[in-house]
Design a binder for this molecule. Structure first.
Ligand code: PLP
Length: 337
């Protein structure tokens, strides 16, 4: 069976770089949504906890429950409480959200600083505080999300400015001490002197942060690699065509050894990932299409590393590393090395 290797030393290397930027491990909230970006929720949560990370961010309450014992606090981005636990914090994504929260649960207010996807607008902040108070919710923080932090544009500054105005307002309205945070991976590394209470870091921790040359962060290393084992091998004469549609043709005069490996789009590695010529991490050429769980390469190695850098696959597929990684199915075994 195809499987995933997680490189723990690369992960810790990335966390070292991130912690240097936040100036404290305690300010890292590791984003573990969507099966930890395809890496495996439990595997990554355990490594993160071992590293000393105490804050996590997930999409659903179900994800939070699976890792609840490993973290001091877990921010849930888009779910309503069904069985809230003491360390869960739910996101208020608009004013209507507030009435849906049961009394007593911890919440953070998301502010729309310009992305216009989730969050209350600047003019709704006062109302939100009032409603949260009336509903007897425990407000612990205010945050926002950037739409362009990974692009060379001034929009990041514009949203930071909008957020700082929201923070001022929240400070005036609040009776207790709140935490404030606006940074995802890209935004964190745009700060020359980070002073947020927290950074919500996903893709940088997984070593696949893609930034324009001028904003490049050096030293981050991909954590995930996809491996597959050989089903069978054959020597094929020049002109032989391999796989569905006979698309992959053996061109070498003397023929080629072509082997079939046990992975494919059913594992979440899509045909579109290999549209233009695709080579495995060790350079073996893909012959023909990726099929459901059989894909052929010009090699007879017992095992191949399909890829060890999702950013490269993404480039080839005209996609982004997030999409390549989160597509990998939960049934693949995750092995920490
Ligand atoms: C996914 C997400 C993040 C993490 O973003 P990265 O670019 O992976 O660091 C942070 N904050 C919010 C609100 C998110 O949805």
């Amino acid at each position: 069976m195809a499987y995933i290797k997680l490189n723990k030393s690369n992960f810790f290397n990335n966390l070292d770089i991130i912690a240097k930027q936040t100036k404290a491990v305690d300010k890292i909230a590791l984003v573990l949504k969507d099966n930890a970006y395809g890496h495996g929720l439990l595997e990554v949560a355990q490594m993160a906890s071992e590293y000393g990370i105490a804050e996590a961010v997930v999409r659903s309450e179900e994800e939070a429950r699976a890792i609840s014992k490993l973290f001091r606090r877990i921010l849930i981005l888009a779910d309503l409480p069904k069985r809230a636990e003491a360390n869960f914090v739910y996101t208020i994504n608009d004013l209507e959200c507030i009435a849906k929260m049961p009394r007593g649960v911890s919440v953070e207010l998301k502010v729309d600083s310009g992305m216009h996807r989730n969050g209350v607008s600047a003019s709704e902040i006062e109302k939100a505080f009032e409603l949260i108070d009336d509903a007897d919710l425990d407000l612990v923080g205010v945050f926002t999300h950037h739409r362009c932090a990974d692009e060379l544009s001034s929009e990041w500054f514009w949203q930071e400015k909008n957020f700082s105005l929201a923070v001022e307002k929240a400070r005036r309205l609040s009776r207790s001490k709140l935490r404030f945070h606006s940074s995802n991976s890209a935004a964190l590394f745009r700060h020359s002197d980070f002073n947020g209470d927290l950074a919500r870091v996903g893709i940088a921790a997984y070593g696949c942060l893609e930034m324009p040359e001028a904003l490049k962060v050096s030293g981050l290393k991909p954590v995930l690699s996809l491996w597959a084992s050989k089903n069978s091998s054959r020597h094929l004469l020049s002109g032989s065509r391999v796989g569905y549609g006979g698309e992959g043709e053996v061109s070498s005069n003397k023929g080629e050894v072509v082997s079939n490996y046990d992975f494919g789009y059913a594992d979440g590695f899509f045909r579109s990932n290999a549209k233009s010529e695709f080579r495995s991490a060790c350079g073996a050429k893909l012959v023909g299409r990726i099929s459901m769980d059989n894909s052929s390469f010009e090699t007879d190695d017992e095992e191949i590393c399909v890829f060890d850098d999702a950013s490269k696959v993404a480039k080839n597929a005209k996609s982004i590393s997030y999409e390549i990684l989160t597509a990998l199915k939960p049934h693949l075994k995750r092995v920490v090395v």
